[in-house]
Design a protein around this ligand. Structure first.
Ligand code: NAP
Length: 288
């Protein structure tokens, strides 16, 4: 198939492009800066904040699409992502399949960031033949959540004493190895429209994940989830330590209070994220 890959330059899309080519597809990378695209296939100008003409041209002559557009660094991310998804859906139409990668977590009660991810999924499913794959933290070298995990666990792992972390970090999560997510995304082209959950074998608290990420870097980290301070306090601090955009960091920290675990009834047939164990996933991401 000839596939429009939006977000081709992002953490998920950059790994997905070669996997789609290996599976026999032709990739058209949809990006705001096609001249800077260095991945496989061709590239086309695609800006969901730009004009209608270029958008119509970009979606022309392709059989299927991946929707991996995200504006996490934007303060108004929810409104921006909602508007972008609606524009894409209008240009794409109801017939052709589109695969969207969203986030795990309850539909109504999660963090603003997770609710926004679900909202984008709902827009696409309402108006397109959309497959929504939901995942928690992607353990891959360029994933922003993994970068935060790596840097913070490495710094905290130097402390000889238990390190205070937000009490909310006791919430459970189910990280997924990037290579397993990529396999699930490729296979998602054959799924019927609907919502599917993917995640690794292991369910653990964010706090335990921090300790495991430290161990993967040769450090012993003990955490104490005693601090009643929220994301508004920890987010900016973590962003300075990790050198990551403060708004994105605060959004991700707020999501840490939400349980992001797979509903096994929603596992897709075929690759579902469980092939790679967590320690291998961490080692691969650290090496990448
Ligand atoms: N990373 C994770 O841990 C994780 C976990 C679960 C779910 N997800 C989901 O996976 C999806 C992709 O995440 P990611 O981590 O790969 O994101 P990312 O690295 O931040 O990439 C975002 C992409 O959005 C594109 N984009 C931004 N503004 C655009 C615009 N106005 N028009 C067109 N494209 C635009 C960018 O493309 P250009 O700059 O090339 O235009 C970029 O490639 C998101 O839906 C995210 O919620 C990610």
């Amino acid at each position: 198939m000839r596939i429009l890959l939006t977000g081709a330059t992002g953490a998920v899309g950059a790994e997905l492009a070669p996997a789609l080519v290996a599976a026999g597809h032709e990739v058209v990378a949809a990006t705001r800066r096609p001249s800077a695209y260095a991945g496989p296939g061709s590239a086309v100008t695609f800006d969901l904040d730009g004009g209608d003409g270029a958008l119509a041209a970009a979606v022309e002559g392709v059989d299927a699409a991946y929707y991996l557009v995200h504006g996490l660094d934007r303060r108004d991310v929810a409104a921006v992502d909602r508007t972008r998804a609606a524009r894409f859906a209008r240009a794409w139409g109801p017939e052709r399949p589109v695969v969207y990668l969203g986030g795990l977590g309850p539909d109504d009660t999660g963090s603003p960031h997770l609710r926004s991810r679900h909202e984008v999924g709902a827009v696409l499913r309402d108006r397109c033949a959309a497959v929504e794959l939901r995942a928690s933290i992607v353990i891959g070298p360029r994933s922003l959540s993994f970068q935060l995990l790596k840097v913070l666990s490495c710094i905290a792992g130097t402390s000889p004493l238990p390190v205070a972390v937000p009490a909310s970090s006791a919430a459970l999560t189910q990280p997924i190895a990037q290579r397993d997510l990529t396999a699930a995304l490729v296979a998602a082209l054959d799924l019927a429209p609907g919502v599917y959950d993917v995640g690794g074998e292991e369910v653990l608290s964010f706090r335990a994940l921090l300790e495991r990420a430290a161990a993967a870097q040769g450090r012993t980290l003990r955490t104490a989830p005693v601090v009643p301070l929220g994301a508004d306090w920890f987010g900016p601090l973590a962003s300075v330590l990790a050198g990551v955009d403060p708004w994105a960091t605060t959004s991700l920290f707020a999501s840490m209070a939400t349980e992001t675990v797979v509903d096994d009834a929603r596992r897709p047939p075929g690759p579902d994220g469980r092939a790679t164990d967590l320690d291998t996933a961490l080692a691969l991401a650290l090496a990448g």
